[in-house]
Design a protein around this ligand. Structure first.
Ligand code: PLP
Length: 427
């Protein structure tokens, strides 16, 4: 047991930092790599936790942060600061939401909380629609709308949540249906549900479910939902915490895969925009955002240092077309992983969009989820210098691959070769 781990056990929750049997202490990073306290180098196929969007220790971001910190770290959210307004301008333009207003928070959880606050205030209802198998954060209300109960430690919530089918396609009542039939079944389900309740304030949904195992609904599902929501005056909130900023390759936002639905009423973001600095936020149409009053502040939301990081990071992402890179390199990696999976018993599906790739494991020769297999692959990959994530339902049997969007083809090949060997340990 390392000295740090022993000290951790004395002061931190037992459930923290237990991703690996031997907890990992990261000391520094560069590009797509990080190093641990023993000097071991790892290819980071999880981009921190989808937080390192461009690259570790990106000089442009480091420079912007240190220059801003040299001027002032934090003034007060009661005042304006230039980086905050400039980043809000950029995000409002990119959001696709008409008359968009941006409010900054410090995390995805707080962003979703704010969106729920806005929706419930705007629609005067505390009922929310959420997707089965979803994840929206750690606060009391975010946990309350999280459909993936493995990540939702309490069933008590200040909100009344109604869960909607459509998140998972490989399991459940509509598994295996062709896209159009799957969408029709989910829409019928939604209509049926809405026939029995007073109108909820909003539907919140991840365009591709993240923690739930990178599950991808058929394109157009939310366009079909949108028609029904509009009939009932229900808002649509896209939780883009994992899917934003080009990660899915084809689109800058995940909602754009459902384009016929038009932009959502609100979108929430976090994770990658600060390249590891704590930025979250909500984009909403002005009439919705302005439901709140001047007492609605976030002490650290919009802090100049984080905003400077966001501006530099976003500029780099756009200038270097990292969305295009995610599409190209992600496409190659998905193909490579599918070829590997075809040789290995126990991979149910390799699915992905851009650099958001899930490898769902089952016990060899069965259709049963294989959480022990996923844990073993993580350990084996770490041994060979590769960090990946895991997720899924209660069973966490999906390997999650989400490297920084600057991943090179050579690095994709290197990671795939390690995964090829690591996957064989599930047999
Ligand atoms: N929403 C989604 C889709 C997420 O994946 C997460 C975190 O993983 C959150 C919200 C919560 O974000 P945070 O951990 O920054 O509070």
């Amino acid at each position: 047991m390392s000295d740090l781990y022993a000290r951790h056990k004395a002061v931190l929750p037992d459930w923290l930092a237990l991703y690996y049997q031997d907890p990992l202490e990261i000391t520094h990073g560069e590009g797509r790599h990080v190093w641990d306290a023993d000097g071991n180098k790892y290819l980071d196929f999880f981009g921190g936790i989808l937080t390192t969007m461009t690259a570790h220790a990106l000089p442009e971001v480091t420079k912007a942060v240190s220059e801003q910190a040299g001027r002032i770290i934090h003034s007060s959210t009661l005042y304006l600061n230039r980086p905050m307004v400039e980043l809000a301008e950029r995000i409002a333009q990119l959001s696709g939401i008409p008359d968009a207003r941006v409010f900054f928070t410090t995390s995805g959880t707080e962003a979703n909380d704010t969106a729920l606050l806005l929706a419930t205030a705007h629609r005067r209802s505390n009922q929310i629609l959420a997707m089965r198998n979803s994840y929206h954060g750690r606060s009391f209300s975010a946990v309350g709308i999280t459909g993936n109960k493995g990540w939702s430690p309490t069933s008590l919530s200040p909100l009344q949540t109604l869960y909607v089918h459509g998140g998972v396609r490989t399991r459940g009542p509509y598994a295996g249906l062709p896209d159009a039939e799957f969408i029709a079944a989910c829409v019928e389900d939604l209509r049926d549900l809405l026939g029995h309740v007073r109108p909820p304030a909003a539907l919140i949904a991840e365009p591709v479910q993240g923690v739930g195992g990178f599950t991808i609904p058929p394109d157009g599902l939310y366009a079909a939902f949108r028609e029904v929501l509009d009939e009932h005056g229900i808002l649509w909130i896209a939780d883009e915490v994992q899917t934003g900023w080009g990660r899915t390759g084809e689109h800058f936002w995940g909602w754009q895969a459902h384009d016929a639905a038009g932009p959502p009423d609100m979108l929430t973001f976090a994770k990658g925009i600060g390249n590891g600095m704590s930025i979250g936020g909500v984009v909403a149409r002005a009439e919705i955002m302005n439901c709140l009053d001047s007492n609605s502040i976030s002490t650290f939301g919009g802090s100049p240092v984080t905003m400077a990081a966001g501006l530099a990071n976003l500029a780099y992402l756009l200038e270097h077309d990292l969305q295009g890179n995610a599409r190209r390199v992600g496409g190659l990696l998905i193909e490579r992983l599918r070829a590997i999976a075809a040789q290995v018993d126990g991979v149910r599906e390799v699915r992905g969009r851009g650099l958001m790739i899930g490898v769902e494991l089952v016990k060899p020769g069965t259709d049963e989820a294989h959480p022990e297999g996923a844990a073993a692959v993580l350990e084996a990959a770490r041994e060979e210098g590769l960090l990946i994530g895991k997720g899924g339902g209660h069973d966490t049997s999906v390997l999650r691959i989400a490297p920084p969007l600057s991943l090179t083809v050579a690095e994709a090949e290197e990671g795939a070769a390690i995964l090829d060997r690591a996957l064989r340990c599930t047999r």
